[in-house]
Write a protein that binds this ligand. Structure first.
Ligand SMILES: Nc1ncnc2c1ncn2[C@@H]1O[C@H](COP(=O)(O)OP(=O)(O)OP(=O)(O)O)[C@@H](O)[C@H]1O
Length: 571
């Protein structure tokens, strides 16, 4: 129960219910029809048997048994099927809608948030939380209230048939309810543990999948044993405990059903012997009795299911309460000047940039140089607001960067990184990201990036690159990513080690074309020949710009630059 005190969870459940309320009437209508047929069948049994036993009316027996047959056929062949299909449809509709919403939300999270948190957590929202949350509402909560309503209807009917026997039924159901409630708590607790262990396993599996090249290289058997197997074992243990408790809870239901059924039968026979009830009534009671257990069991299962989805609600709610990137609405038309004033940036309290000042003008061709880990990638991620500074100001054409729309900022300032990935779709779709570009334009940028290997693939630009670009080399992948950037004709193009997998001659030719086509270019590279192509080289040190100038000027005046050239850069 303590989960209900979590306001966010409760608000989210309410929001979810409001969104899908329109589905409820159809669900309730089907359930009502289904349960009405259930209520009818024992009554028809009673009618048929009493007609035969006490009235000897063959017509009535034929009429009631035919009616009974029709109801049964309707229930078995139409209601079950219809109910199942409609519930499945409603569940899927809400799952698809919620998944879309969650993806859209995750896309708006600041990048710093995504990188510092584990993406496995977000993955489990789609794989586990959303399906459970939908089932929790449709199958669990609705089912609970619905069955409760029908329980009361059937109880009134039983009271009409015979009060004494109904009281005995009530006592046996109360016993059933108490024992089931105790076990229900246990089911919820073990289900939570099972889910937590599953999420840990999922997180680790994802890491292992991403690290397969490293594990292959270093024969990571011990790693697999200690890192993955241990969490798989933990999940398996939690899962077995949960299913054992669940099974126990189901067995308890069966046991109660037998015991309760026997007590009601014994007392019913006694009443029959005393002439207080008819044979038909006794059979109707037995039939209802079974069904009452089903109703209570379904209501309790619904309740258990609902409570066991509360951790999923919490995760789901957490994603939607994360901050999103805020931005203004100004369109960046013509880029003139980017100014960074006293910019500070930290990752989890570890400072990377500390009071950095920098000016980039339209037409500049700049290289950024620093020792490894000094903050080059961090700095360039600020230019299109993939990251935001903790302190200081970034101005574009004299206007704070936050006032521009993110769409126009990222359309005009494009950052490509060495570790950017391609998706498992065609080369064309990777370059366009499903936007409309002409075939000629796609082929032009691919030619510009020397992607001649594409023509040799069996389907040219329509070749699917394969999961994790298994069909492409590092250099090929980097050239396609470059084409993806160039087709968008950015005003500022930032290349962060993007050509590390390409030989220096090819790189030189591609770079010449880029420098001609794109107005403002910022390059981070470990190749001296590439850096020398820049009109201005910026040297970062201690989170600030330490020096700037041409290669020759810096060789003269900057000891940091000299050291980097000697120790880090290749020719
Ligand atoms: N997402 C992150 N979370 C926490 N720390 C980070 C993150 N990204 C980078 N860092 C740290 O910030 C510092 C600067 O990283 P950055 O990638 O900007 O440096 P770099 O100069 O581009 O390095 P390299 O030349 O090795 O690519 C490093 O010490 C790095 O460990």
């Amino acid at each position: 129960m303590k989960f209900f005190s979590a306001g966010k969870v409760r608000d989210n459940i309410k929001k979810f219910e409001r969104k899908y309320k329109k589905h409820y009437p159809i669900f309730l209508l089907l359930e009502s029809l289904f349960l009405t047929t259930n209520v009818l069948t024992p009554l028809l049994i009673k009618k048929t048997i009493d007609s035969a036993f006490y009235r000897g009316s063959v017509e009535e027996v034929i009429l009631f048994s035919m009616f009974y047959f029709v109801v049964l056929v309707f229930q078995t062949f139409i209601m079950y099927r219809l109910n199942y299909s409609v519930v499945k449809y409603l569940l899927n509709a809400s799952r698809v809608k919620e998944s879309k919403g969650a993806y859209a939300k995750i896309l708006t999270l600041p990048l710093s948030f995504l990188s510092s948190k584990n993406t496995g957590d977000y993955l489990s929202v789609f794989m586990s939380d959303i399906p459970k949350v939908s089932s929790g509402i449709y199958l669990a909560r609705l089912q609970f209230f619905f069955n409760l309503g029908f329980f009361l209807v059937v109880l009134s009917l039983l009271f009409i048939l015979n009060v004494k026997l109904t009281l005995v039924v009530l006592v046996s159901i109360a016993l059933f309810f108490v024992s089931t409630s105790i076990l229900r708590r246990l089911v919820i607790k073990t289900s939570q543990k099972d889910q937590e262990a599953y999420q840990r396993f999922l997180k680790r599996s994802r890491e292992v999948m991403e690290g397969i090249p490293v594990l292959k290289q270093f024969s990571g058997f011990f790693f697999l044993r200690d890192f993955l197997d241990s969490s798989a074992r933990e999940w398996s243990r939690a899962s077995i405990t949960h299913s054992t408790v669940n099974e126990l809870s189901n067995r308890n239901i069966d046991m109660n059903r037998w015991v309760g059924g026997t007590i009601v039968l014994a007392f019913g026979v006694y009443l029959l012997w005393k002439g207080e009830i008819s044979v038909g009534t006794l059979l109707a009671f037995e039939s209802y009795m079974n069904w009452m257990y089903d109703i209570v069991r379904m209501a309790l299962t619904g309740l258990t299911m609902f409570f066991s989805t509360l951790p999923n609600w919490e995760n789901f709610a957490r994603v939607f309460s994360l901050p999103f990137e805020r931005a203004g609405g100004i369109n960046l038309e013509k880029f003139e000047k980017l100014l960074l004033k006293n910019v500070h940036f930290k990752y989890d309290e570890i400072p990377v940039l500390a009071g950095l000042n920098l000016e980039i003008n339209s037409g500049d061709k700049i290289a950024i140089v620093a020792r490894s880990g000094a903050g080059k990638s961090t700095l360039v991620s600020l230019f299109s607001r993939l990251l935001s500074p903790a302190k200081g100001e970034i101005l574009i054409n004299g206007v704070p960067i936050e006032q521009y729309s993110l769409l126009s900022l990222r359309r005009n300032i494009v950052l490509v990184r060495s570790n950017d990935i391609l998706f498992d779709t065609t080369i064309k779709n990777n370059v366009t990201l499903f936007e409309d570009f002409s075939k000629e334009e796609i082929e032009r940028v691919l030619r510009m990036c020397e992607c001649d290997f594409v023509e040799k693939l069996e389907n040219g630009i329509d070749t699917v690159v394969g999961e994790r670009e298994t069909r492409l080399s590092d250099g090929q992948r980097q050239r396609i990513i470059l084409a993806m950037a160039l087709i968008r004709k950015p005003q500022i193009l930032i290349l962060d080690e993007i050509t590390s997998g390409i030989d220096s001659e090819t790189e030189e030719r591609i770079l010449e074309r880029i420098l001609k086509e794109i107005d403002t270019v910022v390059i981070i590279s470990h190749r001296l020949s590439t850096i020398k192509k820049a009109g201005r080289i910026i040297v970062l040190n201690d989170g600030k710009v330490e020096a700037e100038g041409t290669h020759d000027e810096l060789m003269e005046k900057s000891s940091t630059y000299r050291k980097i050239v000697e120790n880090q850069l290749t020719t």
